[in-house]
Design a protein around this ligand. Structure first.
Ligand SMILES: *[C@@H]1O[C@H](CO)[C@@H](O)[C@H](O)[C@H]1NC(C)=O
Ligand SMILES: *[C@@H]1O[C@H](CO)[C@@H](O)[C@H](O)[C@H]1NC(C)=O
Ligand SMILES: *[C@@H]1O[C@H](CO)[C@@H](O)[C@H](O)[C@H]1NC(C)=O
Ligand SMILES: *[C@@H]1O[C@H](CO)[C@@H](O)[C@H](O)[C@H]1NC(C)=O
Ligand SMILES: *[C@@H]1O[C@H](CO)[C@@H](O)[C@H](O)[C@H]1NC(C)=O
Length: 584
C-alpha cells in the first residue's frame, strides 16, 4: 500500500490549496457586522467540566436571559478532546490535539510545561489578537500544571492583563492562589468564582480606558470537582464541587436526569467502561448529591455572567461585544455506570454548551449544525477581520442569520473528530478511590472517535486502542446503548458493513488530519471532489474502493501521541493512482 503515498501527499497538498478558498468563504460569512466596521470586542466565558446533557443550563436563568435569549444557542457544539488542558490548548491554537501534541493534563504529555515546550506559548490566540490591535486579558484557570512553581518560567505570553488561578490550589474553591500580571502569587481570601468575577470587571474597566478592541477570557472552575493534594501521589483526591454559601441549599430535589444510559442494567461501551459493575443505591444517591453540588456551584457563575453583562452595559460596550459562553469539555455522572468524570467519547462528555450573543447574532435562536472548539480561533479571526491561518483545523462558526442558513447543508459541518490518549480519572469520593484517598485512573482510554450528522443520519463511530470499535445510530439510540458494530442488516439503506467501510476511511483521514483536510476530509479520499459527504460516499460505485482501504487499528495503548502505535496513517485516494481502475 505504500506505493500510493506520493499520490496521497499530492491530495493533501491540493486540499490545503482549496483550504484557502474555504477561508475566504468563511471570512465573508461574518464580516461587516460590527458598527462602523470597528473590530468588535470579545468576552469569552468558559466553565470547567460543565455538561449540556445533564441539564445544567436549565439551572442558569441569568445566562439564559442575558446570553441565550439575546443570542444563539449552538446545540451541537463539541470539544475535540474531552479533558481540560488539551481542550483549552486546542481552543487557543485552533488545532486538534494531534497537531498540538498537548494531550494530557500533566507532564510529560500535557499541562502548562508541555504547552510551552511545544512552542504554543509563542504562537497562540492572545498573541495573534495583540498583533491585530487587540488588548487581551485573562482571569481564572489557564492550563493544568500552571503552578506556583512555574508561573514565571516563562509567564504565559500575549496578555495585557492577567489574574490566574494557580495549582496546586486551582480547584480548592476557597483561599486559592491568584497571580496578577508579573506579581508574586498571593493566597486570596474568598470564593474563587466571585474573585474571578471581580477581576473580570476590573479588566473590563481597564479595557474600556484604552481605545483598542479587547479580548477578555474569564474561566471560573465551577462545576469542576474540588481537589486536594494527596501526599505521595501525583493524583489528587476529588470531592464534590463547593457552592458559594449563598447557594448552598439550592435545588434540594434535583437529581441526575435518568436518561436511557443512566446506570443501565445492561452495559454497553468499550474498553474499561464495558467492564464496570452496576452502581448500587448508595452510589446513586451520592451521585445525586454530587450533581446538586455541581448545580449549586454554577450559581455563582450565573451571577458572574450577570455582573459582566451589566458592566459592559455601564460602559456602553454591549453593542460592540461578542459574548461567548462555553465549557472546556462535558461531564458524566452515572451514565454508562460511570462515577463522575469526563474523557470519554460519549455525548455527555463531548457535546457541550455554547451560547453566543453579539452584533448580528440572531436572538433567541437555536441551531443544530456541528461546530467545535477548534472553530473558535477561526471564528474570532473572522470577526476581527484577520486572515485565517492555514494551520487552523477549524473554520469560522456562522454567527449571522445568513451564514446559519447555509450551514446545515455545508459538508464541512457534517462531522467532528474526537480523540484521547492515556487514562481516565474517576472523580467523587465514592467507590473508585484508592486507599490513600487519591483518585483512581483506568487505563486504556486511548481512542479516535467521530460524530457524523447529515441529512438522514446521526452517527457515532469509534476505534479504541484495544481495537474495539463502536457504531451508534443516535437517531434510534440517542443514549448510545446499542453498539451496531457486529450486527448484520442495513443502515442508511446499505449493508451495515458498507457503511462501516466509509466511516473507517473517514476516521482514517480525520485521526491525523491537518488544516483543511480536517474540514474537507472527503477531498482527501476523493481528490476529484465528486464526493463531499457520507451520503455521496455510500454510493455502490465506491464499494470496492472503500473495501480496499486499510482498516484503522492500534498496535498499543499509549499514554501520549505516538503515531507508530496508531496503525495505518494514510488511505487510498480515489483515481489518484494509475491503478485506480480495479476500484471502479
Ligand atoms: C497591550 O499589549 C500590546 C503588545 O505588547 C501593546 O502593543 C499594547 O500597547 C498594550 N495595550 C495597553 C493598553 O497597554
Ligand atoms: C480561608 O483562610 C482563612 C484564613 O486566612 C481561614 O480562616 C478560613 O478558614 C479559610 N477558608 C477555608 C474554606 O479554608
Ligand atoms: C455500594 O458500592 C460501594 C462501592 O462502589 C461499596 O463501597 C458500598 O459498600 C456499597 N453499598 C451498599 C449499601 O451495598
Ligand atoms: C489494555 O489493553 C491491552 C490491549 O488490548 C490489554 O492487553 C491490557 O490488558 C489492557 N489493560 C488494562 C488495564 O485493561
Ligand atoms: C508528543 O509528545 C511526546 C512527549 O514529549 C513525544 O514523545 C512524542 O514523540 C510526540 N509526538 C509527536 C507526534 O510529535
Amino acid at each position: 500500500m505504500r506505493r500510493f503515498n506520493s499520490a496521497i501527499l499530492l491530495a493533501v497538498g491540493l486540499s490545503l490549496v482549496s483550504g484557502g478558498a474555504s477561508t475566504s468563504h468563511g471570512a465573508i460569512q461574518n464580516a461587516g457586522h460590527s458598527p462602523q466596521n470597528k473590530q468588535p470586542n470579545f468576552v469569552f466565558i468558559m466553565t470547567d467540566d460543565q455538561d449540556l446533557h445533564l441539564d445544567s443550563l436549565n439551572y442558569m436563568p441569568k445566562l439564559q436571559r442575558l446570553v441565550g435569549d439575546e443570542g444563539t444557542v449552538f446545540e451541537r457544539h463539541f470539544c475535540t478532546i474531552a479533558v481540560c488542558c488539551p481542550s483549552r490548548v486546542s481552543l487557543m491554537t485552533g488545532k486538534l490535539a494531534h497537531n498540538t501534541n498537548v494531550t494530557d493534563v500533566y507532564p510529560p504529555y500535557g499541562g502548562y510545561p508541555k504547552f510551552v515546550s511545544e512552542g504554543h506559548n509563542d504562537n497562540y490566540l492572545p498573541i495573534w489578537l495583540q498583533d491585530a490591535g487587540y488588548n487581551t486579558y485573562y482571569t481564572g484557570k489557564f492550563l493544568n500544571s500552571h503552578s506556583t512553581s512555574n508561573y514565571n518560567n516563562p509567564y504565559p505570553k500575549g496578555w495585557n492583563g492577567t489574574n490566574f488561578l494557580l495549582d496546586p490550589s486551582t480547584y480548592s474553591y476557597w483561599n486559592s492562589t491568584f497571580q496578577h500580571n508579573h506579581d508574586k502569587p498571593v493566597v486570596s481570601d474568598g470564593y474563587s468564582t466571585d474573585l474571578i468575577s471581580a477581576h473580570a470587571l476590573t479588566f473590563i474597566k481597564e479595557a474600556h480606558a484604552s481605545d483598542r478592541p479587547f479580548f477578555i477570557g474569564i474561566t471560573p472552575i465551577a462545576p469542576h470537582s474540588k481537589t486536594a493534594e494527596v501526599e505521595g501521589s501525583s493524583i489528587p483526591a476529588f470531592t464534590d464541587p463547593v457552592p458559594a454559601p449563598r447557594h448552598a441549599n439550592k435545588f434540594p430535589n434535583a437529581r441526575v436526569p435518568r436518561g436511557g444510559n443512566f446506570n443501565p442494567d445492561t452495559q454497553s461501551g468499550a474498553s474499561w467502561i464495558l467492564d464496570l459493575p452496576q452502581l448500587n443505591a448508595s452510589d446513586v444517591s451520592y451521585m445525586d448529591s454530587y450533581y446538586r453540588h455541581r448545580l449549586q456551584s454554577l450559581q455563582a457563575v450565573d451571577d458572574l455572567v450577570e455582573s459582566v453583562v451589566n458592566e459592559l452595559k455601564t460602559y456602553n460596550l454591549l453593542e460592540d461585544t461578542y459574548i461567548f459562553y462555553t465549557s472546556d469539555n462535558g461531564y458524566h455522572v452515572g451514565q454508562h455506570r460511570m462515577v463522575p468524570g469526563k474523557g470519554c467519547p460519549y455525548e455527555e462528555d463531548i457535546n457541550i454548551p455554547m451560547l453566543v450573543r453579539g452584533p448580528g447574532v440572531p436572538k433567541g435562536r437555536t441551531v443544530d449544525f456541528i461546530t467545535s472548539h477548534t472553530d473558535i480561533a477561526a471564528t474570532l479571526f473572522d470577526l476581527a477581520g484577520i486572515p485565517l491561518r492555514e494551520d487552523f483545523d477549524g473554520i469560522p462558526m456562522p454567527l449571522t442569520a445568513k451564514g446559519m442558513r447555509g450551514a446545515r447543508s455545508d459538508p464541512r459541518r457534517e462531522h467532528v473528530s474526537v480523540e484521547y490518549w492515556g487514562s481516565n480519572l474517576q472523580e467523587g469520593d465514592i467507590g473508585r478511590v484508592s486507599a490513600t484517598g487519591a483518585g483512581v485512573v483506568y487505563s486504556n482510554n486511548t481512542y479516535k472517535a467521530m460524530r457524523v450528522i447529515g441529512g438522514g443520519y446521526n452517527l457515532f463511530y469509534s476505534v479504541w486502542c484495544t481495537n474495539e470499535h463502536e457504531l451508534y445510530d443516535l437517531t434510534n439510540d440517542p443514549y448510545q446503548m446499542d453498539n451496531l458494530i457486529n450486527t448484520k442488516g442495513k443502515l442508511l439503506g446499505r449493508n451495515i458493513k458498507k457503511v462501516i467501510s466509509r466511516l473507517d476511511a473517514l476516521l482514517l483521514v480525520l485521526k491525523s488530519c491537518k488544516g483543511s483536510e480536517c474540514t474537507l476530509p472527503w477531498q482527501v479520499l476523493h481528490p476529484d471532489k465528486r464526493v463531499t459527504s457520507l451520503a455521496e460516499a455510500l454510493s455502490p460505485t465506491y464499494d470496492l474502493f472503500y473495501a480496499a482501504q486499510p482498516d484503522i487499528s492500534f498496535s498499543a495503548c499509549e499514554l501520549g501521541y505516538f503515531p507508530a502505535s496508531e496503525g495505518p496513517q494514510e488511505g487510498y485516494a480515489y483515481r489518484r493512482d494509475g491503478d485506480w481502475s480495479h476500484w471502479a
